[in-house]
Design a protein around this ligand. Sequence first.
Ligand code: GLA
Length: 380
Amino acid sequence: MPARARAIAGFTRRFGQPPQGVAFAPGRVNLIGEHVDYNGGLVLPMPIAAGTWVAYGPGQAGVEALALDFGAAADAFEPGQPVPHRPADWRSYLRGMAAGLAARGLPVAPARLAIAGSIPRGSGLSSSASLCVALGRAFAALAGAEWTATDLALAAQAAEHQWAGVHCGVMDQMAVAAGEPGHALLLDCSNLASRTVALPKDWAVMIVQSGVRRGLVDGHYNARRADCEAAAAALGLPSLREASLSLVEAAGLDPMVRRRARHVVEEIDRTRQAVAAIEAADLPALGRILASSHVSLRDLFEVSVPPVDDLVGVLQRTIGDAGGARMTGGGFGGAVVAVLPAALVSQVQAAVLADYRAPDGAAIQIMIEQTGGQPAGEGQ
Ligand code: GLA
């Protein structure tokens, strides 16, 4: 049963009446600008069709919730006094989102919720940001209010930091809360200024799961963030957004910290170049930029893993110079993103299924995202 229908059916079964409404938030795929958001950099994520649905209705006492993807596990708490749940799981995001909203002056009323989603977990497609923003939209609907995308995103980021222990940037939450389907969102993480970037309709965005599940809560992510902060501090800058390559190379940094900083400075520049390539409808140029982003994440930032490199290789060989592919998201497994001519989709899909094997032999999941912009050469 599709996730939306599961949320409605689960709500009705548990609470004995149909929900008042169903809130939705998508997942996101990051096209480029990886591990730069927490350095005040530029990122280019895009909302995807998969997401999280929250069937909601008014509650009596506290917040009562049901997670249909976790064996219909239940949670209940007083909206004004959520307490942390250990170890971190979906309840941490639910309670954290309630707390994050209240901290922004957007208090959560008693509610009944049933949650179901379609984003593979551990895939680097932001299932947790999607959950938080969908919950925020359900709470806003119950309050009869329209909370802004920025408020929802910042409350969701606070839930991640303070309740799940992941010191993430704000890219995922902003992409999920403010992105437009079929369009990328160019977001400046230093000030949250953003604009949509249309992808030509005759391009396709393909997401392929490597089959290696990754978790940001395992510490590697926070360690990379700490390396970047050490680099900025050693350069005497508030963040690596202010750094230049020559400054990084001349500063006598520890070699590992220097590699991290070089990735960040060059990746921010690649994001600018990628937007220019998209706006010039130059898919081969975008492909080259995606390829160098992958190499940098593998060799300088050291967040890729061999199965992901293999999968990127299969995609790059099949797409050739007509487009490109790279790892996407926090790394250490998860999904790979490819941008290619829509006309090549079935051929590339067939090649991936023939040539790539997930390490545990799991079936390979491929998602094709709609692009909503003008076809190349039209309406520019
Ligand atoms: C995760 C984090 C984001 C971002 C990416 C890497 O998705 O949640 O904030 O740092 O990793 O680009």
